[in-house]
Design a protein around this ligand. Structure first.
Ligand SMILES: [Zn+2]
Length: 413
């Protein structure tokens, strides 16, 4: 009997969903080097959750502060003369608004693109798209995650022999808008082929390869246990779980903007490609015959960026990449009036090493991008479902610009 009680308690612990009642997201405005150092010491403590990393004087930082630290942390901010605003008053309220219980879609016809979906639903959607649209859509197996989840890609292709545009979503688990945007974009291609002249013309010349959920364990964990989880779920030897899969790639591995501490949100892992999901993605993309464009999709901050992340040196084709990013940002603005800042990763946000965009720049195509979707911080990672459609529409406008750049020969080595 005792054993049963212990076992059921253990099971309850294992499946307990973390809650965020009373947690707030503060936007903090550092104005001096001392204030930056104060925030850095908090970042290194790993006790707060930095939604928007520390950059420099004058650039705001977003931090989720657990309810039990809130009073003392605000007091310290005031003592340091740091100005802050409360951006999210109660994190749990926003999470609850995103998690309305609903039955899973029975088939593609009842699939709702305007809600967030679980990992299993996303994989089922890949199967259903390939079955429903045999003329255009093909499913590929990418690989298996640390916890044994198989994950796939969906290729939308109208003709054999076309170059590929790879769109990777969900590498950071809590950025739920990105898998939703990948799926919405694939749907718009399928719906538009043969009826929309631009989509038809693009698809006649470019294949779109979507990897909608490339961090399977982390994403599943954001649904089952911790909505704020970012990393993978691999267990090293230490006390902390997971590796930042976007610091785990073999370009500048272990350099600036990545942490060697297993408890950090930007932990690069024990070695490049230590994570089965990043190794699988590498092998899958490198095996594609003719990749000309790559983008790794993130949230949030509204940025459209390109290599390099690991160094502030400019890539050889800087002018080409900058032109494509500017045209993409313009197309986004023309869609719903949202401003996304174009620029090189390292100089637009911060130096980040071991990122997927730089890896594929070096190995696959020099047209290698990354984006940060909506918003600019009002909801952050907890973007309401009614913003899925406009976010996907403006992103899709940029994807069309990028596909056109391939056709125009801008991505020839
Ligand atoms: Zn991210």
């Amino acid at each position: 009997m005792k054993l049963l009680v212990v076992l059921s308690l253990l099971a309850a612990c294992a499946f307990a969903r973390k809650t965020f009642h009373g947690d707030q997201v503060l936007r903090i405005h550092p104005k001096t080097q001392e204030q930056i150092q104060f925030l850095q010491s908090w970042e290194q403590s790993n006790e707060l959750d930095f939604w928007k990393a520390i950059r420099s004087i004058g650039v705001a930082v977003d931090v989720r502060v657990p309810a039990n630290h809130l009073a003392s942390f605000k007091l310290e901010l005031t003592r340091c003369g740091l100005v802050y605003e409360i951006f999210v008053d109660d994190v749990q309220t926003l999470i609850d608004a995103q998690r309305v219980d609903r039955p899973a879609a029975k088939d593609l016809a009842s699939f709702d693109y305007n809600v967030y979906h679980t990992f299993d639903e996303i994989q089922q959607w890949i199967d259903d798209m390939a079955l429903e649209h045999t003329n255009l859509a093909t499913k590929s197996f990418v690989g298996t995650s640390y916890e044994g989840r198989g994950f796939g890609a969906l290729t939308i292709s109208a003709r054999t022999g076309n170059p590929q545009f790879v769109i990777n979503c969900g590498i950071h688990a809590r950025e739920w808008i990105t898998p939703a945007t990948c799926m919405y974009s694939a749907k718009m291609l399928v719906d538009g082929y043969g009826s929309d002249s631009l989509i038809t013309q693009l698809l006649d010349q470019v294949d779109f390869v979507f990897i909608p959920s490339s961090n399977p364990d982390g994403y599943a964990y954001t649904w089952s246990n911790d909505r704020m989880w970012r990393k993978t779920r691999s267990r090293g030897n230490g006390v902390c779980v997971g590796v930042d899969p976007n610091r785990n790639w073999a370009v500048g591995f272990g350099g600036s903007g990545a942490s060697s501490s297993p408890c950090s949100e930007t932990y690069h892992g024990p070695a490049a490609f230590s994570e089965p999901c990043t190794a699988a993605q590498r092998d899958f993309v490198e095996a594609l015959p003719n990749v000309k464009m790559y983008i790794d999709v993130h949230a949030y901050s509204q940025l459209w960026m390109y290599s390099f992340g690991y160094t502030t040196s400019r890539p050889a084709n800087y002018n080409t990449l900058d032109g494509i990013a500017r045209d993409s940002a313009q197309a986004i603005f023309n869609t719903h009036g949202k401003f996304y800042e174009p620029g090189q990763i390292s100089t637009t946000i911060y130096v980040a090493s071991g990122v997927t965009t730089d890896y594929f720049y070096n190995t696959v195509t020099q047209c290698s991008f990354t984006s940060e979707l909506r918003d600019t911080g009002r909801y952050g990672f907890l973007l309401p479902e009614n913003q899925i459609q406009p976010t996907a529409e403006e992103s899709f406008a940029a994807f069309k610009v990028m596909a056109q750049a391939i056709i125009d020969g801008q991505c020839e080595a």
